[in-house]
Design a protein around this ligand. Structure first.
Ligand code: UTP
Length: 293
């Protein structure tokens, strides 16, 4: 059966990024670079690779630089062009006219609330959500969202990326109560946000990639605050289970939690080591640094 295609993606970028203060006092967390590309660029590239056309950014106060980032940098580009410089590094920053939508979440009331702010732009289509501070490194041409869209074409309904982590880390995440597993697909029987230590139904967490049916917006409309006093997307998704197909997709690739300092540094190191221009230099430096103990 053909399912409605996933044409739209929401990038919730209104969070305060407090774990990265003071860096995030004036610079949005989503513009912090992994080597030389901002986190948001990797997430947008991942969405484009999955065939998604419209990028919806839910921003907030102090996040205006994200809009500028996806605009034409007239002075810089003109000057560089006049100097005969290569502008190819800027290619990914240009989205087709009308394909970048920016709207504001005035208060950081939670991820669920940020998603609900985009309800009228989503309309009655299924849609994707990508949290840009979760850097999902797939294989070339087969990123995390592409893998999820491929799975969605078979299952329809709702899909979340599912990632195994050490059980003691589950209190920081949304966690899946898993049912039967079939290849990369795991049936989702329940979802719980930030379970207390020792109560998680599994060690399968939600690392920030979703494909959801538009009905979730209606649920979010009346959603009470959940864990941390925030309106939680996980709670809204949980109430759809049993009414529509709901699966977790095991991602073939590496995940870096760039919302945390350690994950961010790991991502930079891993990506730098792969680079043709600086990889050998960084490897030699890291090896010498580690040898010093
Ligand atoms: P986080 O839990 O990482 O929060 O949000 P944060 O504010 O970005 O960072 P810290 O914890 O203070 O360091 C997960 C995602 O949800 C978005 C964030 O921008 C991030 O992409 N978010 C969160 C919103 O857009 N609005 C909210 O009210 C909360």
């Amino acid at each position: 059966m053909a399912h409605k295609p996933i044409r739209k993606a929401i990038f919730p970028v209104a969070g305060l990024g407090t774990r990265f203060l003071p860096a995030t006092k004036a610079v949005p967390k989503e513009l912090l670079p992994v080597v030389d590309r901002p986190l948001i660029q990797y997430a947008v590239d991942e969405a484009i690779e999955a065939g998604i056309e419209q990028m919806i950014f839910v921003t907030g106060r102090g996040k205006g630089a994200i809009e500028d980032y996806f605009d034409i940098a007239f002075e810089c580009e003109t000057l560089q062009r006049e100097r005969g410089k290569d502008l190819s590094a800027l290619e990914g920053t240009r989205l087709a006219p009308g394909n970048a939508v920016f709207l504001r979440q005035q208060e950081s009331l939670g991820l669920g609330h940020a998603i609900w702010c985009a309800r009228d732009i989503i309309g009655d289509e299924p849609f994707a959500i990508l949290l840009p501070d979760e850097f999902m490194k797939g294989t070339p041409g087969n990123g995390c969202m592409k893998q999820m869209v491929d799975a969605y074409e078979k299952t329809g309904g709702n899909l979340v990326c599912a990632l195994e982590i050490p059980i003691e880390q589950t209190p920081s995440y949304g966690v899946i109560d898993p049912g039967a597993r079939d290849g990369v697909l795991t049936e989702v029987k329940g979802l719980v946000e930030k379970p207390a230590l020792g109560t998680a139904p599994s060690n399968l967490i939600l690392p920030g990639r979703y494909i959801l049916q538009p009905g979730v917006m209606k649920i979010l409309e009346t959603q009470e605050k959940g864990a941390g006093g925030e309106i939680q997307l996980t709670d809204a998704m949980a109430s759809m289970i049993g009414q529509q197909p709901f699966h977790g997709v095991t991602f073939d690739g590496r995940r870096f939690d760039c919302g945390s300092k350690a994950g961010y540094i790991e991502a930079n190191l891993a990506m730098a080591l792969e680079r043709a221009d600086i990889g050998a230099h960084i490897r030699a430096f890291a090896t010498a640094e580690l040898a010093q103990g």
